[in-house]
Write a protein that binds this ligand. Structure first.
Ligand SMILES: [Ca+2]
Ligand SMILES: [Ca+2]
Length: 223
């Protein structure tokens, strides 16, 4: 029996890899889209009601309260908690981004963006960069990742710059999705609250503004 147990322990990571491969394999067919149709188990945010987010790196509490996360979830953003997130490192292209929720009712869509997720560690830290074809980019944002199984959420303060009004802004952000069998991100969606403004900023979203953006075709494909 001891031998069998060792074999199972040895094979477990291999079995998990079969179900969730990091970005790099061939792309699969596109998903059907939507904010909530990708499964994955969304656990309670603060089941013990101690004001601390359960099953997330403790640093996430520096960015969000349990109530903040619930507010995003109430507007349709999936939030996946857990301390054993899947390996999400890779480059992903989002080519059908649109606003799914905006607290002032703004709607709209965006040109293509490439997201680069890298330096994921066993302490569940990770770095996120993005670059849009519009020229908008933000590089080297440190954050933390939560999740179990194939679904994950990344929590990070994103720093960016608005050329229109020469505004430096920060947004406390959550990026969610599930790594599918092709290594792409199914159900890619993200939400943010504007948390800091420096400069003129009359053309930039105001402090406290909340928005959720989703990949409408359902998949941010491995790039
Ligand atoms: Ca708690
Ligand atoms: Ca897509």
């Amino acid at each position: 029996m001891a031998k069998l147990r060792h074999l199972i322990i040895f094979l477990l990571p291999v079995i998990l890899l079969i179900f969730a491969t990091a970005c790099g394999d061939a792309e699969s067919a596109l998903g059907s889209g939507g904010l909530t149709s990708y499964g994955g188990e969304e656990s309670e945010i603060d089941a013990d009601e101690d004001g601390i987010i359960d099953e997330a790196p403790e640093e996430v509490n520096d960015l969000f309260t349990p109530d903040d996360l619930q507010a995003f979830r109430d507007e349709g953003l999936p939030i996946f908690l857990g301390l054993e997130p899947v390996d999400v490192t890779g480059e992903y292209i989002a080519n059908t981004l649109r606003i799914a929720y905006d607290d002032e009712g703004v709607s709209g869509s965006f040109d293509d963006y490439v997201y680069d997720l890298f330096n994921q560690t066993e302490q569940n830290s990770i770095v996120l960069s993005y670059a849009g074809v519009s020229g908008d980019e933000s590089l080297g944002n440190s954050g933390f990742i939560a999740g179990n199984g194939t679904c994950f959420s990344i929590f990070a303060i994103i720093k960016d710059h608005n050329d229109q009004d020469n505004c430096d802004y920060e947004r406390n952000s959550i990026y969610s999705g599930c790594i599918d069998s092709s290594g792409s991100i199914s159900g890619f969606a993200f939400g943010f609250v504007i948390s800091n403004l420096q400069g003129d900023c009359t053309q930039t979203l105001p402090l406290g503004h909340m928005r959720i953006i989703e990949e409408t075709d359902g998949q941010a494909a491995c790039h």
